[in-house]
Design a protein around this ligand. Structure first.
Ligand code: NDP
Length: 311
């Protein structure tokens, strides 16, 4: 069996040994090919793929049984007409753990007012009793792999967590909502709003002026999802009016965020360079190998993308 690893060299360096070992452990005999376009592409059985790969035409891979994405986000792949093979997105326990840590850190930063409390010499020495998490409402948009894990962890810290998704979920400790009416309700209570939606036709600009107006005055927005989930002009206006007190943004319409972009100069915006979480080779290989095992055993693949929904 032949597996093509189609991703930048840095990924190959991270995966080469761990992937080889994981396939061996699973008793799967495979030749792993690292190339932009291998010799005899028709003989490739599986394509492990990063959307940052230089290869974008899947047409020559006539024998490929699946494309196994290294990223959770697939917005750049679902529109690729040459990709007709089954497409699995990445669900990696390491990626989920990283996202929980990042979201928890930024939620706690805003909840506790950590920036405000850091004292310099001659600053006023104000004592006050901060609000506890039990009195703070957090809404997570997207109750998928990442949103569910983030919501559950914040609920374990006692935050009042609301979660919103396309189809109604049942998540312990999280008040789950769905649909347009559910979204309005989820936003109305969101002192801290976290976006963990995929980017699709239906979610682009989901956060616009009208929806920002539903938030409690002075709410905080945290976006580790995708930049185009937010209408940027409406975000700037909401920050200027005080409707939003702060936005922490990890993802942008253009990355890296261009020099001179209005976000850089806005003191109410924290920019992080798409670091909320990453796929970890050490845990991701088990997911890749399990899908190859399933493919060879004629069992259904895990984490298949529903192209009609775009995620
Ligand atoms: P999932 O596919 O597991 O979950 C997506 C969630 O969004 C589901 O709950 C889904 O609803 C919901 N959803 C999708 N469309 C709609 C809609 N139109 N209305 C309401 N809810 C909707 O994805 P993950 O949790 O794994 O990842 C989420 C996103 O996080 C990724 O797509 C990616 O963009 C981003 N990400 C960012 C990273 C970073 O470092 N900044 C790292 C990794 C991922 P339902 O449950 O009903 O299907």
């Amino acid at each position: 069996m032949r597996v093509l690893f189609s991703a930048p060299k840095s990924d190959w360096n991270d995966y080469r040994d761990v992937l080889t070992n994981a396939l061996e452990r699973a008793g799967i005999k495979a030749e792993i090919v690292y190339a932009i376009m291998p010799d005899d592409p028709g003989s490739i059985d599986y394509i492990i793929y990063a959307p940052s790969s230089e290869m974008e035409d899947f047409t020559p891979f006539t024998g490929a049984k699946a494309v196994l994405n290294l990223w959770a986000g697939v917005e750049g792949l679902v529109t690729n007409a040459s990709l007709t093979q089954p497409l699995a997105r990445m669900v990696d326990p390491g990626l989920t753990e990283g996202m929980v840590e990042w979201c928890t850190a930024h939620t706690l930063r805003h909840h506790l007012g950590t920036d405000r409390d850091v004292c310099r010499q001659n600053d006023s020495w104000d004592f006050y009793v901060p609000k506890l998490a039990r009195d703070r409402s957090v809404t997570v948009l997207g109750m998928g792999t990442l949103g569910r894990a983030v919501g559950t962890s914040l609920a374990a810290l006692n935050f009042q967590v609301t979660g919103w998704s396309r189809t109604l979920k049942d998540v312990a400790g999280v008040a789950c909502l769905a649909g347009e009416e559910g979204l309005a309700k989820a936003l109305t209570s969101a002192e801290i709003l976290i976006l963990l939606l995929p980017l699709t036709k239906a979610t682009e600009n989901v956060i616009n002026a009208e929806r920002l107006q539903l938030l409690p005055k002075g709410a905080v927005l945290i976006n580790p999802g995708r930049g185009p989930l937010i209408n940027d002009d409406d975000l700037i206006a909401a920050l200027a009016s005080g409707q939003l007190s702060h936005a922490t943004l990890d993802v942008f319409r253009e990355e890296p965020l261009p020099e001179g972009h209005v976000f850089w100069a806005n003191e109410k915006i924290t920019v992080t360079p798409h670091v909320a979480s990453a796929t970890r080779a050490s845990s991701a290989v088990d997911v890749l190998v399990e899908n190859i095992r399933r493919g060879e055993a004629g069992q259904p693949f895990l984490h298949l993308v529903d192209r009609s929904q775009g995620y």
